[in-house]
Design a protein around this ligand. Structure first.
Ligand code: ACO
Length: 336
């Protein structure tokens, strides 16, 4: 039996208005624009307003994606919200968005996988469509990572930003849309990138709050090494799964954690950097959201054409690695 395909039919993103530059950070911690740019590629990042929670960012991105797909909220069967910064520990942010968006027929869940969240969300959503269970899945990746940031820790606070991106997935002909993917967990590295307190292992108390153990703790150099090793591996696995070679890839949309990690992967496969778009300079690392934000930006520029092979790559906390290849089916947006 040939399963039907699943493809991206709508895409949208949202960035909060407030900009925090490296020069602003120079006034907050012992750092410099020169250090941040040379080590990460980041120049500025966006910060959610005090009254904006993750679902507020997610809502804006979802509305834009549904509009782009030409679908009403009532058409959505399933909502997957990829986030590590949901509005609450419970209930799931997916339920809040189901109600607010008016997706009256939809069920949904939150998917907690940090920077690989969007990749896992689109492969899970595509599987639901391919199996014939549903016809319209909204996958939203949204983060207010700056709420998990320790603003006294210069080794992490310069990295993160807030933002959201969303896609609509719908059925397509076999051989179009999602061609192949690979997802890998490396739980042995879990403690390299972690918020140690606030879960059931270490509930919040005065001491953990004082030590900021509810914020991001990262062994940056170790994460860097595991990423530089893992990203080529997961790309190879996805290429093999899709039956494609590196030179068949037209666009590489890769998690925006560090410009040097992205450039190393591009060099390894011989992908020219004009096919590996960067948004890290403007938006920093917004975890699960960087990939759909970057995809949306390139799509809006009219660069991705039907028939192009688009490789989407995530890596981060878990440790987790994920890559998926789509044969693009969507026309570029009309120039307004
Ligand atoms: N400004 C100035 N100096 C700094 C800063 C800063 N913001 N941060 C660290 N330094 C210093 C360190 O203290 C250290 O000084 P020392 O040599 O005197 O001890 C020096 O810079 C080098 O520190 P390293 O940590 O070895 O620097 P590195 O070159 O590894 O760069 C970085 C750090 C940018 C964090 C890098 O390791 C990295 O990008 N790691 C991967 C991050 C990542 O990919 N995260 C993944 C996903 S995030 C998620 O899933 C939520």
């Amino acid at each position: 039996m040939t399963l039907r395909g699943a493809t991206i039919t709508g895409i949208g993103s949202y960035l909060p208005d407030r900009v925090l530059t490296n020069f602003d950070l120079e006034k907050m911690v012992d750092t410099s624009d020169e250090w941040i740019v040379s080590h990460t590629g980041i120049r500025e990042r966006r910060i959610a307003a005090d009254d904006q929670a993750t679902s507020d960012l997610a809502y804006e991105a979802a509305v834009r994606a549904l509009k782009d797909a030409g679908r009403a909220a009532e058409a959505v069967d399933f909502i997957i919200v990829c986030t590590i910064t949901g509005d609450y520990i419970f209930p799931a942010t997916a339920n809040l968005l189901q109600h607010r968006l008016g997706c009256s027929r939809a069920a949904g869940f939150d998917l907690v996988s940090g920077c690989t969240g969007f990749n896992l969300g689109i492969t899970a959503g595509a599987a639901l469509i391919q199996a014939g269970h549903v016809d319209c899945v909204l996958v939203i990746a949204a983060e207010t990572l700056t709420r998990l940031t320790n603003w006294q820790d210069r080794s992490t606070c310069v990295l993160f930003g807030d933002g959201a991106g969303a896609v609509v997935l719908e059925p397509c002909d076999p051989g179009q849309g999602l061609l192949g993917y690979a997802n890998v967990s490396q739980g042995e590295y879990a403690e390299m990138l972690i918020a140690p307190a606030g879960g059931s292992r270490k509930p919040l108390d005065e001491e953990s709050l004082r030590n900021k153990e509810n914020k991001v703790h990262m062994q940056g150099h170790e994460v860097y090494k595991v990423s530089v090793r893992g990203v080529p591996m997961i790309c190879e696995m996805a290429l093999a799964n899709a039956g494609l070679a590196a030179e068949d890839i037209d666009w590489v949309i890769i998690h925006q954690a560090n410009k040097r990690i992205i450039e190393a992967a591009a060099q390894r496969f011989g992908w020219p950097m004009d096919r590996v778009p960067l948004t890290i300079e403007k938006y920093g690392n917004s975890s699960a959201a960087t990939v759909p934000i970057t995809l949306d930006e390139v799509y809006r520029q009219g660069k991705i054409q039907p028939g192009h092979n688009v490789l989407i790559v995530g890596f981060g906390a878990g440790f987790a690695l994920a890559a998926a290849i789509f044969r693009w089916t969507k026309e570029p947006p009309a120039v307004s």
